[in-house]
Design a binder for this molecule. Structure first.
Ligand code: UDP
Length: 491
């Protein structure tokens, strides 16, 4: 066989490029693994910072060594190593990459060798799957004639709302103003309860207070706000859009999105999808070391007796917020397993420290750990509810596990997700803009006690539908095969 003929035999080569944040990487890495299982060649492009964390805490290279077609490439995110990369400042990751990413990406794509280190023959990149907020790769892909697909890792409902923001601005419903006000004072504003009328399909339940915090600007020309709108609208000019959801969960919103973007691939929940193909449990892709003592602690608890508490990888809590949650949980009388990342507590003199009363008082009531294997925790028989910030991965993981939620959204898509949890799917309660021990206690009692059966029944039914979607012939499985067909046919 000649060199050219040999090259023609090689599988397609997909480059996947997530925004370097835990939630984005978790879902895009699962897609990478699904593509590897389908014998495609995949290069995962990480920022140097996230790659070093994944190496340290998730042993990423040895985990993927079973896939001969998998490679890693890295680029710099333009931020100093000691940048916190949490809380509101996560926005700086995207803004910085939009600035410094283009030139690095071009160099990487022009140097084929950089994408095939580690040996093994591979094609040049034949398809690009990039995070839905990283459009800087587009000009290079276009010049090189490489088809590109966006993957928006947030929820379809928030994607769709963001996509419609120009109309929402036209209608005078945003911006919400009050950027510099203290958030608890701001949330008391009565006009936040007004319905948003200009997002088709959500007229009945979307209120202004459900919109993301970045709508809270004084001027619609605010550069970050406009960047988000622009990046979102760009998805309409791609070969397709991947969303981590499934038709039975998000059908009506997915149909709305299909109007401007007909080539839509809803292939989620990706962790369930991957699990179904692997027939084994998932391995970690965590930025933090998972504490497996969480599982032994759960083993010692009665069935459905524990509230699992986690606010994800970037939420920051003030000491006061933390104490309201803690007292609410303790006063509910139910046990809890709480993930408190070491970098999640803010305060002048207590930075990074769990308050003494929490440390001491928790011993009888529950367990506080720095990071846990969340997917395993959620399916553990002892877990009865999830007190969550409603990040999209956490929400989907809870849906797929059939665990009812109590939602305290922090920012970004979380405020819309929590509205959908409570009003559309009705698998949980939305605490929204309050942080009060009395409300926490009441909601925990409701979801773990008085209204347990009703929430559990709906959550179980939705989990069954999630599993059906990823099984053979299910909607997500069929959409994934369609995606494979597109990738294979665009060589
Ligand atoms: N997660 C985990 N262990 C923890 C807390 C979170 O593995 O102790 C994972 C969780 O399963 C999810 C991700 O971290 O996949 C968080 O993503 P999400 O979209 O929910 O929120 P974000 O961190 O982006 O705000």
């Amino acid at each position: 066989m000649g060199r050219q003929e040999a090259a023609d035999e090689l599988p397609p080569h997909v480059l996947i490029f997530p925004l370097p944040m835990q939630g984005h990487i978790n879902s895009m890495l699962k897609l990478a693994e699904l593509l590897c299982l389908s014998n495609l060649h995949v290069t995962m492009l990480f920022s140097e910072y996230s790659h070093s964390r994944l190496r340290r805490h998730a042993d990423i290279e040895s985990r993927f060594s079973r896939y001969p077609g998998f490679r890693v490439a890295t680029m710099c995110d333009g931020l100093p190593d000691d940048h916190p990369r949490v809380g509101e400042r996560t926005m700086e990751i995207m803004m910085s990459l939009l600035e410094v990413g283009g030139a690095q990406f071009r160099k990487l794509m022009e140097t084929t060798d950089a994408l095939s280190y580690g040996g093994g023959a591979r094609r040049r990149v034949t398809c690009l799957i990039m995070d839905g907020v990283l459009s800087f790769a587009v000009p290079v892909a276009q010049e090189m004639g490489i088809p590109f697909i966006y993957f928006r890792t947030s929820s379809p409902c928030s994607f769709w709302a963001n996509f419609c923001f120009n109309d929402v601005i036209q209608a005078g419903e945003i911006p919400l103003k009050g950027k510099d006000e203290d958030k608890y004072t701001y949330w008391k504003r009565g006009d936040l309860d007004l319905m948003v009328r200009s997002v088709p399909g959500m007229e009945g339940y979307l209120r202004r207070r459900d919109l993301p915090a970045f709508c809270r600007v004084d001027d619609a020309n605010d550069s970050e706000f406009q960047t988000i709108i622009r990046e979102t609208r760009r998805s309409a000019h791609s070969s397709g859009l991947i969303l981590n959801s499934f038709e039975d969960l998000d059908g009506p919103i997915l149909d709305q999105i299909r109007n401007p973007i007909p080539n839509l691939y809803s292939i989620g929940p990706l962790h369930t999808h991957l699990q179904a193909r692997l027939q084994s449990s998932l391995t970690s892709s965590s930025f933090y070391q998972e504490d497996r003592s969480s599982m032994t602690w759960l083993d010692s608890q009665p069935a459905k007796s524990v509230v699992y508490v986690s606010f994800g990888s970037v939420t920051l809590l003030s000491r006061n917020e933390l104490l309201e949650f803690w007292y609410g949980l303790v006063n509910s009388g139910h046990k809890f397993l709480w993930v408190m990342r070491p970098d999640s507590i803010i305060g002048d003199d207590e930075k990074g420290r769990v308050p003494v009363e929490v440390e001491e008082g928790t011993k009888e009531r529950g367990c506080v750990l720095g990071w846990v294997p969340q997917n395993e925790v959620l399916v553990h028989p002892s877990v009865g509810a999830f007190f969550t910030h409603c990040g999209w991965n956490s929400t989907l993981e809870s849906v797929a596990a059939g665990v009812p939620m109590i939602c305290w959204p922090y920012f970004a898509d979380q405020t819309i997700n929590s509205r959908f949890v409570s009003e559309v799917w009705r698998v949980g309660l939305d605490m929204k803009d309050s942080c009060d021990r009395v409300i926490v206690e009441k909601m925990v009692r409701e979801i773990m006690g008085e209204r347990r059966d009703e929430f559990e029944e709906r959550a179980r039914a939705m989990a069954d539908l999630a599993n059906k979607a990823v099984s053979e012939g299910g909607t997500s499985s069929t959409n994934f095969n369609r995606l494979l067909h597109f990738i294979k046919s665009s060589l």
